[in-house]
Design a protein around this ligand. Structure first.
Ligand code: FAD
Length: 428
């Protein structure tokens, strides 16, 4: 085959230069021009005037701000390599915007990271079908997770493993990250009539008066992700002794865990690179903790939920979800709103919900507390309602992990033994 004259790398998650096999393939395919594209998706970004705090129904303003910071950082990093980010805004459907650019820019090769969320699968299929029909070569490597969820499901006889231990037994060791250093990318080609946006601010996107909003202390982007990871991992003893259930969920100034989740969610940090760097620390110490409580154990939880969610139809709902217990949850809007707005009268629960609203991040055990309180613990309200609040307000909101943990915490799936603390159960 002759080399494509122009290649496109389409960023969605994976907002990074390091360990980015899609970018790497586009860079190496011999194309003289490379178009690095991100398309702003109105599905996430349309501000919702009816919402109690700024944001759209799906993405609160803190997460949108984190995304924009990540795009700004990606653009700066690409510019250092002689390229830049081409930021487009879809009028309606992102897939249509990508297909139009493929055609108008005469792209011969399209590279993007594979994504397992249902919304992304439908979007990506539309683009892939168009590309194939137009003779455009498509490359979609797995690099958001340690493992390929489809491969694990295959190895398990076509079904996702439903326990952490069986998942680990099948998974083995993840592939090495792609960490080659290079100093230049092919130049960006002509973009014709296209309107290329500078990275906007949240205000420019139409989010109203934000003067009262507290800005979370976590800044988006690959540069900050790598800095934060290095800072966490330089304390080797902390890494070696890391035991998730023993962390203090009310440690705010120096959180008890890494707070890398928003960076992993947007792919500012590669989970494979993170895993690899933790292994380096393990090699330099005598003893270290093991999954499920260790730091690598946390990354394996992430992959576990990605795999189960990929292989389970209707994973994000109770109805039609085979692994979800069918529970007659009660309906009580007043109690639900009190929980959502931090007005239950239980100081611990209310403090966590306020932290969610202000920071978009809480320690895992704090999430446990409020999820348990809303569902099986106290209010007996449907986990899907709590999931929606988390989905909107978390800066690390992640479709697979959020739904997986709500299923877990409400005793709807994975874990039914509600008399035991979860960490005892996990060790059984
Ligand atoms: P660390 O302990 O430093 O762990 C490192 C990484 O491992 C995390 O960044 C994360 O990517 C992964 N990880 C850690 N714990 C889990 C877990 N239990 N399941 C899957 N992956 C994990 N995490 C999200 O990233 N997005 C969500 O939307 C989300 N929703 C949650 C909802 C509920 C009800 C609960 C109980 C937990 C949820 N979690 C979610 C999981 C977990 O609480 C966060 O990943 C973790 O607190 C992030 O902090 P950290 O980066 O400091 O974690």
């Amino acid at each position: 085959a002759t080399a494509a004259t122009a290649a496109m790398v389409w960023f969605r998650k994976g907002l990074r230069v390091h360990d980015n096999p899609a970018l790497d393939a586009a860079r190496r395919c011999g194309a003289g021009r490379l178009y690095p594209v991100f398309v702003l998706d109105p599905r996430y970004l349309r501000p919702d005037p009816a919402a109690a705090s700024p944001g759209s129904a799906r993405a609160g303003v803190a997460r949108v701000r984190f995304l924009l910071e990540s795009l700004g950082d990606l653009d700066a990093r690409l510019r250092r390599l002689g390229s830049r980010l081409l930021l487009l805004r879809a009028r309606d459907d992102v897939a249509d915007a990508v297909c139009a650019a493929l055609k108008d820019w005469n792209i011969g090769k399209l590279c993007f990271e594979s994504d397992t969320e249902p919304y992304a699968l439908a979007r990506d299929k539309k683009v892939t079908d168009f590309a194939m029909a137009s003779g455009i070569e498509v490359f979609t490597p797995v690099s958001h997770t340690l493992f390929d969820p489809a491969e694990i499901i295959n190895k398990n006889g076509g079904r996702p493993p439903l326990t952490y231990q069986s998942f680990i037994a099948i998974a083995g060791e993840p592939p090495e990250p792609v960490m080659e250093e290079y100093s230049e990318l092919p130049p960006v080609g002509d973009t014709g009539e296209y309107e290329l946006l500078p990275v906007p601010t949240v205000e420019e996107l139409g989010y109203g008066d934000l003067s009262q909003e507290e800005i979370p202390p976590f800044r988006g982007g690959e540069t900050e992700a790598l800095r934060r990871m290095k800072e966490s991992l330089q304390d080797k003893e902390w890494v070696a002794k890391f035991e998730k259930p023993k962390g203090d969920p009310s440690a705010f100034l120096k959180p008890a865990t890494t707070v890398l989740s928003p960076y992993l969610k947007f792919g500012c940090l590669s989970s494979r690179y993170f895993y690899h760097c933790i292994q380096d620390v393990y090699r330099s110490v005598r003893n270290y903790t093991k999954p499920p409580v260790s730091l690598t154990g946390q990354l394996l939880w992430r992959d576990f939920f990605y795999t189960v969610s990929f292989g389970t139809p209707n994973f994000d709902q109770m109805k039609g979800n085979k692994i979800c217990k069918q529970i007659p949850w009660s309906e009580n809007e007043e109690l639900f709103v009190a929980w959502r707005d931090g007005r239950t009268g239980y100081p611990w629960i209310d403090a966590i919900m306020i932290q969610l609203r202000k920071w978009g991040w809480m320690h895992h055990l704090a999430r446990h507390s409020v999820a348990c309180f809303l569902t099986r613990g106290d209010l007996f309200i449907h986990w899907e309602k709590g999931r929606d609040v988390f989905e909107r307000l978390l800066i690390d909101s992640d479709w697979s992990i959020n739904n997986g943990n709500w299923l877990w915490l409400s005793c709807s799936s994975f874990f039914y033994q509600n008399l035991l603390p979860y960490y005892i159960w996990e060790e059984i």
